[in-house]
Design a protein around this ligand. Structure first.
Ligand SMILES: [Zn+2]
Length: 67
């Protein structure tokens, strides 16, 4: 199983990203900081992967700040 980064606040590894229209995509973040769509058939094109939002709490920020 791939290693995933965790939220610094609540310790889960489920996040989402948004696009300009406010749509969401579920993602996880690999230990190298790469943002990956949870569902492979979903494209992240047009989505801002520089800011990720935690599904479990209010944390959001750069994927590099996850642990
Ligand atoms: Zn969290």
């Amino acid at each position: 199983m791939e290693k995933k980064k965790k939220c610094p606040q609540c310790d889960i590894h489920a996040f989402f990203v948004k696009n300009e229209e406010g749509s969401r995509r579920l993602v996880y973040i690999l230990t190298d900081g790469k943002v990956v769509a949870k569902y492979p058939e979903e494209s992240l094109e047009g989505f801002d992967v520089a800011e990720v939002f935690c599904l479990g709490c209010s944390w959001h920020g750069s994927p590099q700040r996850l642990r």
